[in-house]
Design a protein around this ligand. Sequence first.
Ligand code: HEM
Length: 388
Amino acid sequence: MLGRSLLGLQDEEWREMRHHLSPAFTGSKLRGMSGLIESTCEKFNEFLAKRVDQADEPLDIYNSFRRLAADLIATIAFGAPSDSISDPESEFYKNGLTITDFSGKRAPIMMGFLLAPSLMKWLGISFIQQRLTDFFTSKIFGVIKYREENNKTRADMIQLLLDVRSGDQKKDISNMDITSQAFSFFLGGFDTMATAFSFVSHCLALHPEVQAKVREEVKEVMSKHDNKMDYEATKELLYMDMVISEVLRLYPVAPMLDRLCGSTVSFPEFDLTIEKGTSVIIPVYGLHTDPDYFPDPFKFDPERFTEENKKNIKSFTYLPFGEGPRNCIGKRFALLELKIGLSKILNEYQLEVCEKTNVTNPLVYTTSSSLVQPEGGFWLNVKPLNKQ
Ligand code: HEM
């Protein structure tokens, strides 16, 4: 399944699939999907409300945001709403956790696929267990069958691919292709979204003055948009956009990128030649915290991203979503989800540090997991604004 997905395809096959999928992330498609995102984020607020009523203790925000991320992907990419937020036993969520767990016995498998994918295939080792492939495949096949038999449509990514398939040019896209792409959105957008939501919340709790300013902006924008935070409204969240940009600089979800050199290139000024076929690692975290590019790099300062200051950022030194043709296809979708989700939360809740919050600066990261996480996890107090 992964081999046919955007993440697994190479060269011409990748280019063609990317070309089909890119229209899923244009403004008009995102506008259509923003209602589904809003309603899923509202459910998350209901979960927070229950949680706050039941226990007045710190919240493990990462594990909470993972549930939100799973439900967002389920509804948008799999066309099948799941209820991971309120149901801890949700099958979709549990299977998602298993797939994205690269600790313990799965760590060498992941390393094997990164370093020697052909060898792993030759050895007959699969990246994803058959049981999980079957689960996700049957979900998507079921959704496609239902829509085709009942002539139903929905503003989500599966529909976009079905529309491409049935459109004028009748592209050769199989049900398995559609499943593979939904799956690549799951892998691309599950832990990344949960981590980004967690780091933004962490920074807002550590910097209450920034949080107050973002909340003020949210309330002002919502009051102009019938108390909603839809696609059009998010475009007015200029300060929140600066805050998110700064969080992703200080805490890039993907701290490094990799590329395979396609042709031999020379850089005479550095006396360096990179041969065709060489794996190149791009140190994103190193660039983002290099004082030559970002002075006083460990200072959390959203002002770096004002329209004026952004122009001074050197090209290719800020890479939270990668760069070039293989950059993150979900970037605009991710930013939309973050803006809607954070608006909903900040409109009703105050995020505060608690005794378990890791307040080290530079942050001390955990070494016990492959995830980018503070040592000790993400913990915050979440307090309803109306009870303050
Ligand atoms: C804040 C959240 C996110 C961050 C920080 C992020 C970051 C990234 C990065 C760094 C890459 C590699 C880019 C490169 O090598 O140049 C990538 C690729 C990718 N991302 Fe995201 N991502 C996020 C959310 C999402 C979401 C929500 C989706 C799903 C819709 C998604 C789907 C993908 C896919 C499919 C690729 C592979 C693209 C390709 O190979 O053509 N990402 N992402």
